[in-house]
Design a protein around this ligand. Structure first.
Ligand SMILES: Cc1cc2nc3c(=O)[nH]c(=O)nc-3n(C[C@H](O)[C@H](O)[C@H](O)COP(=O)(O)OP(=O)(O)OC[C@H]3O[C@@H](n4cnc5c(N)ncnc54)[C@H](O)[C@@H]3O)c2cc1C
Ligand code: SF4
Length: 488
């Protein structure tokens, strides 16, 4: 382990942010990296606690005490090797993961947990800067061909693993550029897109072929892929948006969050001339939905120069600390304040929207809400009750619906004739990621529903192992639980 008394000697430190004034001027990332000595001290806080609960907190099973020890000793290259043995893309998770590992950290029982996520990001950034991350094409090829549909984190992770096993991998992506929600959902101020491009260049050099504007089930036939490839992995995400079927939801100014976010990411990428510009400058904005997508709409609206930004969440306000019924090492449902929240928003909880109101040109002018309360009864689903006499009218010009996603879009399951579960996700068990059709596999959000980047990478890696077994009868690709030795 690192320093025996590290957790007593050093306080937790995390990256600070540029001032709100400064960061609202553009869409760039705004974190101020910790200095090398400070990072080493943070690595020293890891107690090597015998049973590292952080391993099971991390959906990738990252070997956290091992890389923390290397960081404490400033052996960055070794730290990078250990980190990459379980995670293909720590530059994404090190920026965007909600870090369930930190909630499971043993030190977190009575102290601030180890700064795992920031350490992860710095390990990979130092490795890129030093040139330690470069293309490593496989030495031999198996001659087997695999099609991966979708280029989000699950598709990319699976593609890299399958390519390492020597298979010829082609990734089909319907959008103009690859990256999935990393590219067209998550704003640049959380993830600058050159971070994706940098990694894609390496994957291409390793031999993975990317076909963009290739919409499987539309301009590419599923049957053709089945004939051409030995296995197909579906990583199409879960992007069927939830709508709000109330009066006025068709008014001009009521937008799906993803239309707003995708358009802005394209604008930042230099693409202009949209059929309908969705720009919040000077507008009174209400964001409905209190999750990540809602938070991204808040940050984007403030960068546009919105006049006001208000956020509604139908759930009640969580406590600021860990609730008693979600003890360590579980992920607690507590109040989280994102960097976008800090930039300016009024947040309201236990609020339900009843109707949107508009003027005679069909433009949104406001909405009406009611307060709600949640009734919890043992063994029953929580019941939502409106609180009488709490109706309220709010003026607004724009509403962004960030209500989550109901599941995968229908195109892929229909094109391949696949069974889906009661939530419309593709039916494939984590035992082998196989669907009901021979040779067709599914991983990531399309299988588990809208989730997290870290889960998408984890599923992509696991599915790659099982596809390799399907093609070759055995596999050297690591599974989550057999990462006992770091692989280069
Ligand atoms: C606004 C927003 C913010 C988020 N922020 C975070 C965050 O901060 N941290 C975090 O951990 N998670 C976050 N998430 C969740 C995270 O982005 C997803 O869980 C993750 O991207 C899922 O990866 P995936 O590879 O399964 O699917 P996706 O990233 O959705 O990628 C699926 C890809 O498949 C392509 N595709 C679909 N159908 C076809 C087809 N028929 N033919 C060809 N291509 C197809 C799509 O175009 C897309 O590129 C956020 C999600 C959203 C919407
Ligand atoms: S990927 Fe997420 S959960 Fe895993 S170690 Fe990194 S920050 Fe923690």
């Amino acid at each position: 382990m690192g320093k025996i008394t590290g957790f007593l000697d050093f306080k937790r430190e995390v990256e600070k942010y540029d001032s709100v004034d400064k960061r609202l001027k553009d869409y760039k990332e705004f974190t101020i990296p910790l200095k090398e000595d400070n990072l080493s001290n943070q690595g020293a806080r890891c107690m090597d606690c015998g049973i590292p609960f952080c391993h099971s907190g991390c959906p990738l099973g990252n070997l956290i005490p091992d890389f923390n020890d290397k960081v404490y000793n400033k052996r960055w290259r070794d730290a990078g090797r250990i980190l990459h043995s379980t995670n293909n893309f720590p530059e994404f998770t090190g920026r965007l993961c909600p870090a369930p590992c930190e909630e499971a950290c043993v030190l977190g029982i009575n102290e601030d947990p180890v700064t795992i996520e920031n350490i992860e990001k710095n390990i990979v950034e130092i490795a890129f800067k030093e040139g330690w991350i470069y293309a490593k094409p496989p030495e031999t090829r198996t001659g087997k061909k695999v099609a991966v549909i979708g280029s989000g984190p699950s598709g990319l992770a699976a593609a890299q693993q399958l390519n390492r096993a020597g298979h010829l991998v082609t990734v089909f992506e319907r959008d103009k550029k690859v990256g999935g929600l990393l590219r067209y959902g998550i704003p640049d101020f959380k993830l600058e897109k050159n971070i994706i491009d940098r990694r894609i260049a390496i994957l291409e050099e390793e031999g993975i072929v990317f076909k963009t504007e290739a919409h499987v089930g539309k301009n590419i036939k599923a049957d053709d892929l089945k004939k051409e490839f030995d296995a197909v992995l579906l990583c199409g995400g879960a992007t069927e948006r939830r709508s709000i079927p109330i009066k006025g939801s068709d008014l001009n100014g009521v937008h799906q969050a993803m239309d707003f976010l995708k358009q802005n990411n394209q604008r930042v990428d230099g693409i202009f001339g949209f059929e309908e510009e969705i720009h919040a400058k000077g507008k009174n904005v209400i964001v409905i939905g209190g999750g990540d997508t809602g938070s991204d709409c808040i940050g984007t609206s403030n960068r546009h120069g919105a006049k006001s930004v208000v956020n509604f969440e139908i759930l009640s306000k969580p406590s600021t600390g860990r609730p008693a019924n979600q003890p360590w090492p579980y992920w607690p449902m507590k109040l989280r304040t994102s960097s976008s929240h800090q930039e300016g928003v009024e947040r309201f909880f236990s609020i339900s929207t009843k109707e949107f109101t508009g003027g005679n040109k069909g433009n949104l002018t406001g909405l009406t809400t009611v307060e709600v309360e949640w009734i919890f009864k043992q063994g029953e689903r929580p019941e939502l009750k409106e609180v009488p006499n709490t109706e309220k009218h709010w003026d607004c010009d724009f509403v962004f619906l960030a209500l989550g996603f109901t599941g995968p879009e229908k195109t892929l399951p229909e094109a391949f004739g696949l069974k889906t579960d009661f939530r419309s996700n593709i039916n494939a068990s984590t035992k082998d990621y196989k669907t009901n059709e021979a040779g067709i596999f599914a991983a990531g959000d399309i299988r588990r529903g809208q989730s997290l980047i870290v889960w998408a990478i984890s599923e992509g890696r696991q599915a790659a192992h099982h596809i390799d077994v399907y093609l070759m009868g055995k596999s050297n690709l690591p599974l989550k639980d057999d990462n006992d030795l770091p692989r280069v």
